[in-house]
Design a protein around this ligand. Sequence first.
Ligand code: NAP
Length: 266
Amino acid sequence: MGILDQFNLSGQCAIITGAGTGLGREMALSLADAGCDIVGVGRRAGPIEEVGELIKAKGRRYLGITGCDVTISANVNDMVQQAAAGMGRVSVLINNAGLGGSGRGKTLPELTDEDWLSGIDSNLNSAFYCTRAIVPHMLENGGGRIINVTSGWGFRAGRNNWMYPIAKGGVIQLTRATAMTYARDNIRASCIAPGLFPKTEDTSILENIGPKQPAGRIGFLREMGPLAVFLASPAADYLSGTTVLMDGGAIAAGLLPAGIVPNAAG
Ligand SMILES: NC(=O)c1ccc[n+]([C@@H]2O[C@H](COP(=O)([O-])OP(=O)(O)OC[C@H]3O[C@@H](n4cnc5c(N)ncnc54)[C@H](OP(=O)(O)O)[C@@H]3O)[C@@H](O)[C@H]2O)c1
């Protein structure tokens, strides 16, 4: 097998949560370029259908599952059943859906139970539910690859920034627990920690922060695709339980200690 053949995902099928926008969309398109069929999952129909058209135009099979809230385990269980029924073997799961910002800047006593639960649901419980739902299918079908998406916030804390860093730290541990538990079942779990990449709603903020980054810029969405392809591919067969930072050196630099100044929202 030639070196580039090891990155070929032909015959594989990946479920990607939050596939319609941002990093999830980019990873879906890149996996499709590498030969993978895709199950795109999200709540809104528009983005999931739009990315589906692009994937089908590449000659891949595509199943869009919309109205699926991955913070609700019954939705997730249904989604995995639909994916297996529609596509056959699912060999890759990318737990990408997540939501920053919930309750950020509130002091600890101000945080409500709802703030706490919504942050943990969106960013940690969702990945746990998807992992729990797909593992039996992977065990029955010879294994698989689970790729979680954490954040630089999984490695650091910020003043009055509770749920997102705590949940994203949990995602790193979910990755390790999955990797260790299924290490002998050909299920590999890895994790991507993005630095700053543009999101539709806050591009201008990120552009302002970009020049302060070690690389002098934020990430381009297209830069996330090759890493996802690698982690999903046979080239990463011996890689498990680890988290790969894709952040232009931000964590290495200790950059963006947002919120360390007392009373700053950060
Ligand atoms: N962009 C960055 O700089 C950055 C940095 C570090 C980490 N990350 C992480 O990378 C991941 C993707 O972020 P992004 O920036 O690409 O965000 P994004 O553009 O807002 O995409 C998030 C996607 O997840 C879906 N989603 C959110 N909550 C969901 C739910 N409960 N059920 C089903 N789908 C849900 C959304 O679709 P619907 O709303 O239609 O459901 C959306 O397509 C997240 O886990 C985020 O924490 C991003």
